[in-house]
Structure formats: structure tokens, C-alpha cells
Design a protein around this ligand. Structure first.
Ligand code: SF4
Length: 445
């Protein structure tokens, strides 16, 4: 749990406080939910000696607050149109304040947008759907676990340039070509109806090809509603996310023995995370997700999925990532190296080139030589070296390890690499029984 800063933190030299506030969280609790932002830009203002300060003209009615109790928050209106949030600093009686110039939104982005009267988070359409929860798609797959797959959103506002969903057919092409997310209207009710019509259930999986807690979910809350539908029937459910996990979700899934959560953390470096996963949560929030799950006794999985060659594959960074995840209670690591869907190959290479220069594009073209089905894979020797490294780190840290969707071609056959590298019983690290109905609820069979 993070604690509020004490007043003594603010009763110091203003410049020092301004520096030390960077990286701290500004939290506001509202009836519609908590909003939280990381402080990323501040400005220090002194008293009558500082011509840029509104205390420069002395203790006017508007400025006298700056001589007040350190740690007092106040909002100052300038030009009759901009509201500036400040915090009083220095010992009482000496003028000083820090202006918070910029926050990196971490939680409650939908609420922030509404308060600031910013239009809808993403372009989207609501469609009535008869689509059903279903099992794994046909095709190559090493997973030994059965799952009921659920995608309430077709498209994802988190905006990863490498997103596989961009290569998928159907509504995903509406997203790929026009940027419009298709939302399955009242999908929780559709799911509930289906669950009430079956007698045998496997674990639900929210969502295999989009992020369940993407920004649009703050408008529709379909993910929370669907999780509730599962938990009310005592059917296990898992999710994978690169975003903040709403507290309601944690409160719900801790009630169901076999439910669990997977958090994707692609890099310990938040600048890199911002490039790779621009609409996702910051690295610190993602680690905090794992910790919040673990603290409630929920099986927490950390996914380093995918690893980007030459960008996120440094041994020391991967070691740090696994150590941090293990240290806060993650129980299993899943990894993969980026594979490139042929359909969006040029788009991915262009994004890398635009950000890192032509050298990286050239390196990728050289490394990505192995075509398996509709994907280009990094050379097998490169991938095996990475997986060896990860396996060793995990062994040292006493945490199980598996790969996701990693294959090689052997004498013309597609062979899964988990046979060689997985140290857990199955790729998700947790054994979940099939559940059977007894009246209204389900129980392990
Ligand atoms: S979070 Fe997942 S589904 Fe969403 S854009 Fe990124 S890769 Fe795609």
C-alpha cells in the first residue's frame, strides 16, 4: 500500500520538493472511481523575490495561500481559463509552492476524460451479437489446457504497433483499416446465457486477442461484468493485461480458487514500454498489478511476451524483470520472442525504423528469416539462446517458466519449443480442473 506523503515532505526548499515530487502519484477518490496520475513535470515558485511567482506582488487575497501550511493543495485560475494545481511548500510563514504541470494517467482514464469533457476514448461501434464463447481455434497450439475464449472488444485501444489482432479477419479488419473498435453489446448477458446452458465448463479466458482492461472498458465495464458472471457460477476465469487491473476484478477473482491473472511486462524501462505499449499502464503499475494479485493469494503470472530482439533482450534487463516479478510474488513466467505476422510485416518494420532508425530495420530483416505458417520468426539459434537464458534465471529464482506459441521447423514438421524449455506442468503454470454443474453452480470434477 502506498502512503500519503507527510507534511514534513513539503516543509522544505521548494526546488527540492519539486524534484522529489517527480514520480509520485496524485490520487483523487471520486464517487465514480479513483483517478491516479504519476507526476512527471513540476515547477518551483518562491515568494516576493521570484518575479514568475504569483506571490511576487505580496500577500494578496489570491496569493496568501503560498505562505500557508505546507502540503496544502490549491487550484489557481490564470487567464480566466486555466486551472493550475499547486501544493504549498516551505515552512509556514515563508512563501513557496510547486505547480504540477503534467501527470501520466495511470488509473481511471475514462473518468478523467469525462471530467475534462474529452470526447469518447476511441472510435467504436456497439453491435448486438450472437457470437459465442468457444474453445481454441484450430491450428498449431501447444497449450494443454482447455479454455473458453471471450473477446468482448474486437480491436484494442492500447495501440501496440505489433498487435496480432491487426492481422485478424472480420471485425478486426474494421479496427485495422478504420481504427474502429467493435464492442459486443451486453456481452456479459450473452455469456451468462451460454454458461447457464452448459453442464461442463473449462476456465474462461478474457481475452485472447484484445486487452480486457483497455481504455474503452472504462466506458462499458464488460470485462468486470463477464468476470462476475463466471465467479457467480463458480467457474474459473483468467485474464491477460498490459493495463491497470480494476480493484473490483481482484476482489472478484480472489473468491474463486482456480481463477488467476497474467500481466504482460515487456521491459523494465518505462520509456521503452511507452513506445511498445503506448496506451498501456506504466511499468510500475504493471509490477503493482502482480503484487496486488499475489497479496490476495491469486496466482500471478508475469508475461515477457514478446521480447523484442535488440531492444528488450539484454540479459541484465531480463534478469531485473524476473527478479522484480519474483520479489513481489509472481509465481510463473511466460515468454516469447516477437514473431511477425506476414500480413503486417511492413507496418511493424516501419514503426521500428521510424523510432530507432534504419539500422534496426536492417537487423530485423536479417534476423527474421524463418517462416512458419503466416508468421516470420527470429532465427532459431537466437531464440533458443534467449530461452536458455530465461530458463536459467527462472531456475535460480525458483520460479517456473514456459513459452507461448514458440515453434521451430524440424525436417519440415512444426515442433513446439515448450517440450525443450518448459519447467512447469503446463504453459500457464497452474493446473485447472474441468468443472461440472451441480444445480446453479459448478465444481471441479
Ligand atoms: S494490448 Fe494486446 S490486444 Fe491490445 S494492442 Fe497491445 S497487443 Fe494488441
Amino acid at each position: 500500500m502506498t502512503k500519503p506523503l507527510p507534511r514534513s515532505f513539503y516543509a522544505r526548499d521548494t526546488k527540492e520538493v519539486a524534484k522529489d515530487l517527480l514520480g509520485k502519484m496524485l490520487v483523487r477518490k471520486l464517487a465514480e472511481g479513483t483517478i491516479k496520475g504519476k507526476i512527471v513535470e513540476t515547477e518551483a515558485y518562491y515568494g516576493e523575490e521570484d518575479p514568475a511567482s504569483h506571490a511576487f506582488r505580496g500577500r494578496t487575497e489570491r496569493a496568501k495561500i503560498m505562505w500557508g501550511i505546507p502540503g496544502t493543495a490549491y487550484v489557481y485560475l490564470i487567464y480566466g481559463m486555466y486551472y493550475l494545481f499547486n501544493i504549498v511548500t516551505e515552512k509556514k510563514g515563508k512563501a513557496g509552492a510547486v505547480l504540477l504541470r503534467a501527470l501520466d494517467p495511470q488509473e481511471g482514464i475514462g473518468v478523467m476524460r469525462r471530467i475534462r469533457k474529452i470526447e469518447e476514448p476511441e472510435k467504436h461501434i456497439l453491435v448486438s451479437t450472437k457470437k459465442e464463447i468457444h474453445g481454441w481455434w484450430p491450428g498449431k497450439r501447444e497449450c494443454t489446457s482447455e479454455r473458453m475464449l471471450i473477446n468482448p472488444y474486437n480491436g484494442c485501444g492500447i495501440g501496440c504497433f505489433f498487435c496480432y489482432a491487426l492481422a485478424f479477419p472480420g471485425h478486426f479488419q474494421t479496427f485495422c483499416q478504420k481504427g474502429i473498435i467493435t464492442v459486443a453489446k451486453d456481452f456479459d448477458r450473452v455469456v451468462a446465457k451460454q454458461l447457464d446452458s452448459i453442464d461442463i465448463a473449462s476456465c474462461g479466458y478474457l481475452s485472447p486477442v484484445t486487452d480486457p482492461f483497455q481504455p474503452l472498458n472504462e466506458k462499458y465495464h464488460l470485462s468486470e461484468k463477464i468476470i462476475r458472471v463466471f465467479i457467480e457460477r463458480n467457474i474459473p476465469i483468467e485474464f491477460i493485461t498490459k493495463a491497470f487491473i480494476p480493484q473490483e476484478v481482484i476482489e472478484l477473482i480472489k473468491l474463486q480458487t482456480h481463477s488467476f491473472g497474467q500481466v504482460s511486462i515487456l521491459s523494465v524501462d518505462d520509456k521503452m514500454r511507452k513506445f511498445l505499449v503506448p496506451g498501456g499502464s506504466s511499468t510500475s503499475i504493471l509490477f503493482n498489478n502482480l503484487e496486488r494479485l499475489a497479496n490476495e493469494g491469486i496466482f500471478a503470472v508475469c508475461r515477457i511476451d514478446p521480447i523484442f530482439p535488440y531492444l528488450t533482450d539484454k540479459p541484465e534487463d531480463l534478469t531485473e524483470l524476473i527478479e522484480r516479478a519474483t520479489g513481489i510474488g509472481a509465481k510463473h513466467i511466460i515468454a516469447s520472442v516477437l514473431d511477425i505476422p506476414l500480413r503486417i510485416k511492413e507496418k511493424i518494420l516501419k514503426a521500428l525504423k521510424n523510432h530507432f532508425g534504419v539500422g534496426i530495420e536492417w537487423n530485423y530483416r536479417k534476423l527474421y528469416q524463418e517462416k512458419i505458417d503466416a508468421y516470420l520468426n527470429a532465427r532459431i539459434d537466437y531464440r533458443k539462446k534467449i530461452f536458455d537464458l530465461l530458463g536459467n534465471i527462472c531456475e535460480k529464482k525458483n520460479i517456473t517458466f514456459a513459452l507461448c506459441m514458440e515453434y521451430q521447423l524440424k525436417e519440415g514438421e512444426i515442433v513446439g519449443l515448450n517440450q525443450e524449455f518448459m519447467s512447469s506442468q503446463n504453459c500457464e503454470g497452474i493446473n485447472i480442473p474441468i468443472y461440472g454443474r451441480k444445480e446453479e453452480k459448478f465444481y471441479p470434477v
